[in-house]
Design a protein around this ligand. Structure first.
Ligand SMILES: [Zn+2]
Length: 408
């Protein structure tokens, strides 16, 4: 066995860099903390923590929030520049510029720019919008420092492109290596992921997943997807498709799905499935929000169908729990608004009850960020990529403003 090298100046530098990263990721995960908390959590000495905290403060990466005259909480400073969070859907691109200097956000949609808008989104549309945001950020003296790009579809790791089974929804993205395409035109840091993964990261950073080392987040709205955050990082697996629970088979003889399987979770616990189930009652509803509203006002059919969606979700989650064993599971997306109606159904499902037989069952909660979790998760991802962070979501970050407000 080789003898470990003697400590050198270079070694000390590497240690300091590792310790600094560890402190930053602790602050990102835990929010404002005292130096004593940091020392306890990281196992570093108080002196080392103090030294690194001072250095980071001098560099402007962190700041103090005084609890009283003697004790301060250490909190992350966000960037002084702008970052953008962009979401690509089937028919629209939604982009948000977060200007950390002015502490304002601006929301733009592809329909705001008729000259580049198309019925189905394309890489060129995204580039057109990002270029406009970069110009706006520059004009506001808060240059664009990085972009998070969320795609409403699975992104394969090897090809860097959308998985073939989503090509019918995103035809212009077929076989496009998204990172290569954007980076060729725009040389700034870029993080790309699917919408469910960013939503999970948003909920982990600022919601019920905070401080949890093994977190599973489910987004159920028009579609259903999952995101796994392990030790503060989105878990992608070798394929990039980890967490794609929408096409887990729940009923062998169920309805045929576009993915080629039968009885996928998608056909039980999404908006379309829930609305279809209510179609037979003679009182069809037009949106999941309407169903939830009905259930909360005592409509028995709406309550029943949401509770059943919860049970189907429970059946799928019980299998996931046996494989990855998350400590906390959050139910987000529109379905999250149903709260206990869905959770009670989920917890009453036999497979979930049986989980206790294998040990401690996970804590299953409703997500805190039910609106715009993907957009905010994109923000968390790009701040993290830039070695920055925001210790809490402050009002301006969650207050959409139209582009017109930027020139007002
Ligand atoms: Zn399927």
């Amino acid at each position: 066995m080789a003898t470990p090298p003697l400590p050198t100046k270079r070694g000390a530098r590497i240690d300091r860099a590792t310790n600094t990263k560890e402190i930053l990721s602790f602050l990102r995960a835990s929010g404002p903390s005292t130096q004593a908390d940091i020392a306890r959590a990281t196992g570093l000495s108080r002196a080392t923590v103090n030294h690194i905290v001072q250095t980071l403060r001098d560099q402007g990466a962190i700041e103090y929030q005084w609890k009283n005259r003697r004790e301060a909480l250490v909190t992350l400073t966000s960037t002084r520049d702008s970052v953008a969070s962009v979401i690509v859907r089937e028919h629209t691109v939604h982009a948000i510029l977060f200007d950390f200097t002015a502490q304002e956000r601006f929301d733009v949609y592809s329909s705001d720019f008729p000259e580049i808008d198309e019925p189905q989104t394309s890489p060129a549309m995204v580039l057109g919008i990002v270029n406009r945001l970069a110009a706006l950020a520059k004009a506001r003296n808060a240059p664009l420092a990085g972009i998070a790009l969320a795609i409403e579809g699975p992104v394969e790791r090897e090809s860097g492109a959308i998985a073939p089974w989503a090509w019918h929804r995103l035809p212009h993205w077929k076989q496009v290596n998204i990172r290569q395409y954007i980076s060729r035109h725009l040389r700034i840091p870029l993080v790309i992921d699917n919408d469910a993964n960013f939503a999970a990261l948003g909920e982990w950073t600022w919601g019920v997943g905070r401080g949890c080392n093994d977190f599973l987040h489910i987004t159920s709205s028009e579609g259903i997807g999952g995101g796994i955050v392990i030790n503060g990082r989105i878990y992608h697996g070798g394929t990039g498709l980890a967490g794609e629970i929408g096409h887990m088979v729940i009923e062998d003889a169920g309805e045929l799905c576009f993915c080629g399987s039968r009885g996928c979770l998608t056909s039980f616990a999404t908006e379309r499935a829930i609305l279809r189930a209510l179609g037979n009652t003679g009182r069809p509803r037009t949106s999941l929000r309407e169903v939830i509203d009905g259930a909360q006002h005592g409509d028995a059919a709406c309550q029943r169908v949401l509770s059943e969606a919860g049970q189907h979700l429970g059946k799928a989650l019980a299998t996931v729990v046996r494989v990855i064993g998350p400590s906390v599971i959050a139910i987000g997306g529109t379905l999250g608004w149903a709260g206990d109606i869905v959770l009670d159904g989920l917890r009453s499902c036999a497979e979930v009850i049986n989980l206790r037989a294998i040990g401690k069952a996970p804590d299953i909660k409703v997500a805190e960020i039910l609106e715009h979790a993907t957009e905010l998760g994109g923000l968390a991802a790009i701040l993290s990529e830039l070695d920055l962070g925001a210790s809490s979501l402050v009002p301006w970050m969650v207050a959409p403003r139209p582009l017109a407000a930027a020139s007002a």
